[in-house]
Design a protein. Structure first.
Length: 379
């Protein structure tokens, strides 16, 4: 073989190797081209809504199968005060036959948010029901449905939805179930269906035996029908089941027992409550006022003093005692108690509080040592 020809071949091969190496190196350092959808996501993350909107529109024009881009486009239009256009984008998606169930769920979820934002609760609920037809255990849809039903004051449906949630994840407390049932009962009573309303209130007590609301309104229902004895009996149940909250029916019991000619029972009620729950400040006050009306002023004061001994932090009992001591002219006790109250509600020295982090200092400062805020002490 000719030596010159061999040399030529070697040069060509070397050049090809060098060219290939160069092209590989350039390719590895080339900045990748971002898709319009990726650019749109970056725009959303950076807060550049105008660019994000432009790139989302470009995305759906190029790729009509990108359902997530359509959903984000509708949401962004809503955020930019173009609600009707955003709603139209989401509604058009529901007409597509090529959506998978997960995609259809997300479309209806977006539509539910749209309608809720516009204040159209019934249509928002329809969208959530569409989700639940596809996936009965969709917790997010159930929670949103319950919230909307409560807002719409459809208490019966809200209770039913809350029960489903409770059975799925236990996230609804017995107290909430009871209160939803209470609201259902009150709504029925407002429509003149007292008996049906009471049945709801009675059912509410089964979900939370200590919740005071059903007992309060159950008794009120009997009062509206002139059944004072029945009302008193219901309110007495609250005293047994939740002595701490019994004070909410004290006034009702006192006035209606007086109506029945059983005024003397009132004192025993207050004393029974205090025996079971000595921290019930309201009961001490109620008993003290009852005794004072009866003319037993010394015993009235003794009850307040006993209450203060059992509840040493109560400013309410101290305030009442200040008034009583003042009326009695008991200057010594009045001064002592007033000093005690002032010591509890006022600091010995002035304090400065940072408006940003609530850091407290007795020295005037202009730079907070805790959060670093400048001029936050109002000095």
């Amino acid at each position: 073989m000719d030596i010159g020809f061999l040399l030529f071949i070697l040069i060509v091969i070397g050049a090809a190797v060098l060219l290939f190496t160069y092209l590989q190196h350039r390719e590895s350092h080339k900045t990748p081209v971002q898709s319009p959808y990726t650019e749109a996501l970056h725009g959303l993350l950076s807060g550049d809504k105008t660019r994000a909107l432009q790139k989302l529109r470009e995305t759906v024009q190029r790729d009509t199968g990108n359902i997530d881009a359509y959903i984000r486009l509708g949401q962004l239009l809503f955020e930019m005060n173009e609600q009707m256009r955003g709603l139209k984008v989401h509604r058009m998606l529901t007409l597509r036959a090529d959506l998978s169930n997960p995609q259809r769920i997300e479309v209806y979820r977006a539509l539910a948010r749209d309608y809720a934002t516009l204040g159209d609760i019934p249509r928002a609920l329809e969208c959530l029901d569409q989700i639940l037809r596809i996936s009965k255990r969709d917790l997010a849809a159930l929670r949103e449905k319950q919230a909307l039903l409560e807002k719409h004051q459809d208490w019966a449906a809200a209770f039913e939805t809350a029960q489903k949630l409770q059975s799925l994840d236990g996230g609804v407390s017995p107290r909430r179930l009871a209160l939803l049932k209470v609201q259902e009962g009150l709504k029925l009573a407002q429509k003149g269906k007292e008996r049906d309303g009471r049945l709801c209130l009675r059912e509410a007590t089964k979900y939370d035996t200590r919740c005071p609301a059903p007992f309060l309104y159950w008794g009120d229902s009997y009062i509206r029908e002139g059944r004072i004895e029945d009302a008193v009996n219901i309110w007495r149940r609250l005293l047994e089941r939740n002595p701490a909250a019994s004070y909410i029916v004290f006034d009702r019991l006192a006035s209606n027992l007086f109506e029945l000619g059983r005024f003397n029972e009132i004192e025993q009620i207050y004393r029974d409550v205090l025996r079971k729950h000595p921290q019930n400040v309201h009961a001490y006050v109620a008993l003290s006022k009852f005794l004072q009306k009866r003319g037993d002023r010394a015993e009235s004061i003794a009850v307040l003093e006993d209450g203060l001994e059992k509840n040493p932090e109560s400013l309410w009992l101290r305030r009442l005692l200040v008034r009583v001591y003042g009326e009695q002219g008991d200057t010594s006790r009045l001064v002592t108690l007033t000093r005690d109250i002032l010591a509890r509600v006022m600091k010995e020295a002035y304090e400065f509080t940072c408006s940003e982090c609530r850091h407290v200092t007795r020295e005037p400062l202009w730079h907070c040592p805790k959060c670093g805020a400048l001029d936050s002490f109002g000095v």
